[in-house]
Design a protein around this ligand. Structure first.
Ligand SMILES: CC(C)(COP(=O)(O)OP(=O)(O)OC[C@H]1O[C@@H](n2cnc3c(N)ncnc32)[C@H](O)[C@@H]1OP(=O)(O)O)[C@@H](O)C(=O)NCCC(=O)NCCS
Length: 242
């Protein structure tokens, strides 16, 4: 597996929070999830990092805290923290009708301020260890394909999307495998959950191919665009299964 140097710096994240807008990734939850996943300890710094992972404190101005950023790769896809320069591309991708349909929590219309909010959310997630957000790139060309995010709440869960040009090549399955290994092995999360709308077959296939197992449904868990409440399929990956 190829390893790349992390080049993102936190001062490179965009803007300030404009507040109030939903995340670009998750389906909006209407009920708190059950606490069947546990928040792990901080990363085991003494261990030798696996070869899909590269991390290191970045040199940055004193006004910015020293933080550990990671990028993950399997040689086919490369996952790196989002940067301010990604904002325009994120806006375009989040306006895509397929993403708008399956991610009802996305603002519509999706504006620059929404992308700037999300970039700030990503920065805060890395800063306080509440989430690990990545852009998914083609490892060979560097082309942006999509985004994926592990959120270390209770329960810890994952959300993702691809731009139209990133679909149909198994990129998100690869990204989900990498993020899941990182969350379970490095962040020592016991299990990760993933929720899809019942008719989102492509996302369900991605989850299954990445090793997640269907564990029932959550009734009335996701608001659709028309305002109706839908059940959600619940998928779980446990550390022992990874
Ligand atoms: C979900 C998503 C990331 C999947 O990525 P993708 O590149 O389209 O998926 P793939 O092409 O690798 O296809 C995965 C599987 O789903 C199947 N599939 C894809 N689109 C499908 C569709 N519309 N109906 C039925 N099956 C479909 C593929 O045939 C493939 O099956 P296989 O595993 O048997 O080969 C992508 O479609 C997407 O970004 N959707 C919008 C956002 C979203 O749904 N996010 C997840 C919210 S829970």
């Amino acid at each position: 597996m190829r390893v790349r140097e992390v080049t993102t710096t936190f001062d490179n994240f965009g803007g300030h929070s404009v507040g109030g807008t939903p995340l670009p990734i998750p389906n909006r939850e209407v009920k708190p999830g059950c606490a069947d996943g546990t928040r792990g300890a901080s990363p085991r710094e003494s261990r030798t990092p696996p070869n899909y992972l590269r991390r290191g404190p970045r040199e940055r101005p004193s006004s910015f805290p020293r933080l550990t950023l990671v990028e993950l790769t399997d040689g086919i896809v490369l996952l790196r923290p989002p940067e301010s320069g990604d904002a325009d591309w994120i806006v375009e991708a989040c306006r895509d009708p397929v993403n708008q349909r399956w991610l009802p929590g996305l603002p519509a219309p999706y504006r620059s301020a929404d992308a700037i909010w999300w970039l700030d959310h990503c920065r805060r997630g890395w800063e306080d260890s509440s989430a690990a957000s990545f852009l998914v790139l083609d490892a060979r060309t560097g082309a942006r394909l999509g985004a994926i995010e592990a959120r270390f709440g209770l329960p810890p869960d994952v959300g993702y999307w691809l731009a139209p040009e990133g679909r149909g090549r198994g990129a998100m399955t690869r990204a989900l495998v990498l993020v899941s290994r990182y969350a379970l092995d490095e962040r020592e999360i016991e299990s990760l959950e993933l929720y899809t709308l019942p008719d989102n077959v492509a996302s369900q296939r991605v989850a299954e191919r990445a090793g997640y197992r269907r564990e029932g449904s959550r009734p009335q868990h996701i608001f659709r665009r028309d305002g109706s409440l839908s059940d959600a399929h619940r998928y779980v990956l446990r550390r022992a299964e990874n």
